[in-house]
Every structure is written in structure tokens, then in C-alpha cells.
Design a protein around this ligand. Structure first.
Ligand code: DGT
Ligand code: CA
Ligand code: CA
Ligand code: ZN
Length: 558
């Protein structure tokens, strides 16, 4: 529960009480909510909530329940008593209970209904709803949608790097914390932490960036904005001596932090964003760096990618965290498309970029003949490409081009070329690109059949999901993992921002089965080769060590 969560609950109570026609109480709840919102400290660090302006005995009790349990029985009862016909509308910042009531009388009780009414200008009939109100409401809906929508990490990372660069001249250090630092596949908002002696300049620079669409709040040490692409970003200026503890706190995850605080409490310590303190003497024992905090808690340093409260704290207690794969361990890429199929770069251009990345091998894997829409290669064309790659290898030094293919797995589990063709290649990625709605049995057997084919090297994007667009295939991953373990075929971690397939959780399962992983960017352009870092981040979130990853080895053409 952070301050805004607690405030939200209190505002909700106020709204319901107001709808019930109750006087004065709603104002009291709103006043308390407002002062909680404007607190500098986390609500969780208070021993007695009554020191907060506007919080008396009764509200303090409720806050205590919210912080301890994450919910409030009183609110749940209120909600039951007061059926909420237009609660959704109240989520919009511009709409209070009065406006909601007026809208409800027009039959508008949801955000989508309001959107339609705005499009058709039907609200203009209502007193007080001119074009100005209309455009305010439209903007309000947009902001609301921005706030609730998660973005792909791959799209947000370049923006984060740009923000850091922009802040550099006015600070000693700028770090992006939160889910971005944990390499979570999607991001809710961007949390930037800064050390600087020029707080005012940091705020000026940040709120004045050309990327900023709307400034939500601007303070002396903290500001919040909405960027042009709709994502929210916060910046906080922190003192050097507690930067480590703030970084630890704002990196999260929340669940990891809660467990860590409990561990601290058990040792007579108190952990907050301000530092690690002795409970008795209030003396600060750590805070400048994260390493120091974990060490004082008797733990191995836990990399951000593992901080999900999934056993990492227990492992760190016994010094048994895995050594995680790093981007620097990666010697090549196994999934590259070129202009031979639906890629935009020539083989040569992709190889040149791979050299810039310092790779030792580069695996070309264009689409196979059944995938007509992607310009899949006929046997003849594929063998022709193979011959050309052979020649190219003879004329270059320092990097090896591996000649492969991304072969469709046909509905019966066979591949898209005769064995006589596949045999000649250096590697084969086998992927499903059709019949996404088939039954669990059918899809599982189809994949297992492919895994039994000795000519297959890697199972491409094994679950087929596309974040926000396509569900995972209906298949039994455990059966597939045990088949792969048996036949020694690697499962891909497809690095494309909206794929990340296998995902973090699946990587961890693959690790338990002893299945090897192959990272492939699925690059369709030169720039796409940079997505490797997303695959590495995903592998790290799945506790993968370098030994598990095929890309950490060198390969020579057969
Ligand atoms: P996101 O933005 O939804 O992708 O995910 P995060 O993890 O970046 O979450 P965010 O931005 O709400 O908060 C950033 C970090 O701050 C979070 O990972 C942990 C910390 N934090 C936020 N709220 C709370 C809270 O209520 N309790 C604790 N202990 N930590 C919190
Ligand atoms: Ca965040
Ligand atoms: Ca945040
Ligand atoms: Zn594919």
C-alpha cells in the first residue's frame, strides 16, 4: 500500500457517503486523503497515524487496517449498501459525484458510454456541458487510459535512456528504478531517482522536457509528469546518504520489499526508503548503497531482476543465488531474418551490425516456404542462400555466419523441408505459425513431434504469445519441457519486445527441467538486433545462468 492507494480508499469512502447524502463526514475523509497524498514519507513508516493532519482516532484505525491487510471492511460494507451505478465514472479526475449523477440521468454510467456521448456531442443538450467541458472530459478519459495501460519494456527503455541523458547535466547520478530496473516485460510507470545538489534545476529540466505532455505535480524534490506517449514518469531528488535505501525501496517489487522489511524487523532493524535503522537506538546502520543494506541483513546481494519474492531472499540467506547470465556473455544471435524473406536488411548488413555488437557468430534464420505472407524460402532458394553464406564466410574474419532457417512446424508436426535440405544447414529453428486455436492435445503433440526430429536445434517462440494481442498457445508446457530435456533441443527465448517467449516464469521452469535456452532477437531490421538485452533480462528474471544459454558458446559451420 503506498500513500496514493490509502488516499484512494479514503476518497472512495467520501464519494459513497456523499451519495448517501451524509453531511460533513465526506469532507473529513477527503481532507485526510489529501494530507496523506502530500506526505513526503511513506505511510507505512508511521507509528501513529494521528500525527497526520486531518487524521483522528477513527480514520487512524481505518488506515491501520488498510496498511496491515490491504483492504478495509468498512468500505466493502459501504459498497454493498450503496450499489454503485456510476463508480467507473468517478475514476476520472474531472468527474465528481454531482457530475456523475447528471450523467447517470442521461443514461451514461460507464467510461465507454461517456466516450460515445462525447463523440456524438449528445451532451451538448445538457445544461452546463459546452464544447469546453466536452474537450476537458475527452482529455480526462485519455489520461485515464494512459494511466491504466501498461507499456512494453522494449518501447520504454530507449525513452528511459533519453530521460537519463537529459538529466545528466543537472545531477551527479540518475537511475531508473521500479519495474524497468527489474526488466519486467511491461511497465506501468517510470520511476527516476536522482542525486543532485541542484534540486530546482532538476525539476525545471524534467518538467520542461520536450517529451512532457502534461505536468501533474511539481515539488521541490519530486515531480510527476505524463510523457507524450502517455506514460507517467516520476522524478525524485534524494540525499546521497540514503540513495541506496531509496533505490532499494523504489526498485521493488513491493512484495520483495515487504518480505525484506519483515526480515529486518526480525533482526531488530527497521528498513525504509530512508535507510536501515536500529529499532532501539534509531541509529542508521546502512543506506548509502544497496549492497550495504543486503549485507547488513545477512544476505547475498540480490540483483534487481530477482526481486519478486519468489524465493530469492531464502536463497540469498544460504548464499545460493545462481550466477546470472549477462549481456557480455552473449556471443551471437540465433534468430535473424533478412531481405531474403520479410526482413529489411541484407545478410551483409545484419552481419555488419552483429560485428558492431562484438558477436562471434550470427545465425541467419529466414522464414520457410509455407509462410507465404512472410516470403518464405523454397528449398531451392534456401540452398542458394546457404551457398552464398558459405562464400561469405570464406571472405570474412572475426565472425562466423551460421546458415539456418526458421522452419514452420506443419500441423502434423513435420517440418517445412525434406530432411535432405535441412541436413545441410548449421541449425534449424522450428516454430508454429498456424492453427493457433487448435486443442491442447493437438498442439502439444505437434510440438513434441517436432522435438523428436533430430534435425531441429531450437524450438522458436515456444508459447506463441504476443503481449496484448495473442494468448499463449493451448499446450502443456511440462510435457514439452520434459521432451526437450530428453532430446536435448533448446527452447528459444525470443527477444522481440512483444514476444519475450519463453517468458521469465517459463525460463525458471526450463531451468528446473535442465533444458537449454537459445536467445534469438527475431530481428527483421538492423536495429532489432539490439533487442538481445530484453532476452537477457528475461533469462535473468528466470534465474538463468550462462551454462544454460547456447549463445554463450562459439559455433563453427558444419
Ligand atoms: P509498475 O510501475 O506497475 O510497472 O511497477 P513498479 O514495480 O515500478 O511499481 P511502482 O511504480 O508502483 O512502484 C515502484 C516501487 O516502489 C515498487 O516496485 C516498490 C515500491 N513501492 C511502491 N508502493 C509500495 C508500497 O505500497 N509498499 C512498499 N513496500 N513498496 C512500494
Ligand atoms: Ca513503476
Ligand atoms: Ca511509480
Ligand atoms: Zn516466427
Amino acid at each position: 500500500m503506498d500513500n496514493s492507494d490509502v488516499a484512494r480508499i479514503l476518497y472512495e469512502i467520501a464519494d459513497i457517503l456523499e451519495r448517501q447524502g451524509i453531511k460533513f463526514k465526506p469532507q473529513a475523509y477527503r481532507k485526510a486523503a489529501r494530507s496523506i497524498e502530500s506526505l513526503e514519507e511513506s505511510i507505512e513508516t508511521f507509528d501513529d497515524y494521528r500525527v497526520i493532519p486531518g487524521v483522528g482516532e477513527a480514520i487512524a484505525k481505518k488506515i491501520d487496517e488498510i496498511v496491515r491487510t490491504g483492504r478495509l471492511e468498512y468500505l466493502e460494507k459501504l459498497k454493498e449498501e450503496t450499489p454503485d451505478e456510476y463508480g467507473e465514472l468517478l475514476q476520472l479526475p474531472e468527474i465528481g459525484p454531482k457530475t456523475a449523477q447528471i450523467l447517470a440521468r442521461q443514461g451514461i454510467t460507464s467510461i465507454s458510454a461517456l466516450e460515445k456521448a462525447l463523440e456524438r456531442h449528445t451532451l451538448r443538450r445538457v445544461k452546463g456541458f459546452g464544447p469546453k467541458t466536452e474537450s476537458n472530459l475527452k482529455r480526462s478519459i485519455e489520461l485515464h487510459q494512459f494511466k491504466t495501460e501498461r507499456r512494453l519494456l522494449g518501447k520504454i527503455l530507449p525513452l528511459c535512456r533519453q530521460l537519463k541523458r537529459a538529466l545528466q547535466p543537472v545531477c551527479e547520478q540518475a537511475v531508473v528504478a521500479g519495474s524497468v530496473r527489474r526488466w519486467k516485460e511491461t511497465v506501468g510507470d517510470i520511476d527516476i531517482l536522482v542525486i543532485s545538489r541542484m534540486s530546482e534545476q532538476v525539476m525545471d529540466t524534467f518538467t520542461g522536457l520536450s517529451d512532457v505532455e502534461h505536468v501533474i505535480s511539481r515539488g521541490t524534490t519530486r515531480s510527476t509528469v505524463i510523457l507524450r506517449n502517455g506514460i507517467q514518469a516520476d522524478v525524485r531528488v534524494l540525499p546521497e546518504e540514503s540513495f541506496g535505501s531509496a533505490l532499494q525501496y523504489f526498485t521493488g517489487s513491493k512484495e520483495h520489499n515487504i518480505s525484506l522489511r519483515q526480515l529486518a524487523a526480525g533482526k531488530g532493524l527497521k528498513l525504509s526508503e530512508y535507510g536501515l535503522f536500529d529499532r532501539k537506538t534509531d541509529e542508521r546502520v546502512a543506506g548509502e548503497s544497496e549492497e550495504e543494506i543486503y549485507r547488513h541483513l545477512g544476505l547475498q546481494y540480490i540483483p534487481p531482476e530477482l526481486r519478486e519474492n519468489q524465493g530469492e531472499i531464502e536463497a540469498a540467506q544460504t548464499n545460493s543465488l545462481p550466477q546470472l547470465v549477462e549481456l557480455g556473455d552473449i556471443k551471437g544471435d540465433f534468430h535473424i531474418h533478412t531481405d531474403w524473406s520479410d526482413g529489411s536488411g541484407s545478410i551483409n548488413a545484419m552481419v555488419q551490425k552483429a560485428e558492431v555488437l562484438g558477436y562471434e557468430f550470427v545465425g541467419i534464420a529466414d522464414h520457410s516456404q509455407s509462410l507465404h505472407i512472410a516470403g518464405g524460402l523454397s528449398s531451392e532458394k534456401l540452398l542458394n542462400q546457404h551457398a552464398i553464406i558459405k562464400e561469405m564466410n570464406d571472405s570474412i574474419d572475426g565472425i562466423t555466419i551460421l546458415s539456418g532457417v526458421e522452419s514452420d512446424i506443419l500441423p502434423d508436426g513435420s517440418l517445412d523441408y525434406p530432411d535432405s535440405v535441412l541436413e545441410q544447414l548449421d541449425f534449424v529453428v522450428a516454430s508454429i505459425h498456424s492453427r493457433f486455436k487448435a486443442s491442447r492435445n493437438e498442439t502439444t503433440s505437434r510440438v513434441v513431434e517436432a522435438l523428436r526430429n533430430p534435425l531441429v536445434t531450437i524450438l522458436g517462440h515456444p508459447t506463441g504469445r504476443i503481449i496484448g494481442r495473442r494468448e499463449v498457445l493451448n499446450l502443456d508446457l511440462d510435457i514439452i519441457l520434459s521432451a526437450a530435456a530428453e532430446t536435448g533441443i533448446a527452447l528459444e527465448v525470443n527477444c522481440y519486445p512483444d514476444r519475450l517467449d519463453l517468458n521469465d516464469v517459463h525460463v525458471r521452469r526450463a531451468r528446473e527441467y535442465g533444458v537449454a535456452l537459445a536467445l534469438g532477437t527475431d530481428a527483421h531490421s538492423i536495429q532489432d538486433l539490439d533487442y538481445m538485452e530484453l532476452g537477457v533480462g528475461t533469462a535473468r528474471r528466470g534465474w538463468a545462468s550462462p551454462e544454460m544459454i547456447m549463445n554463450t558458446q562459439c559455433y563453427t559451420p558444419r
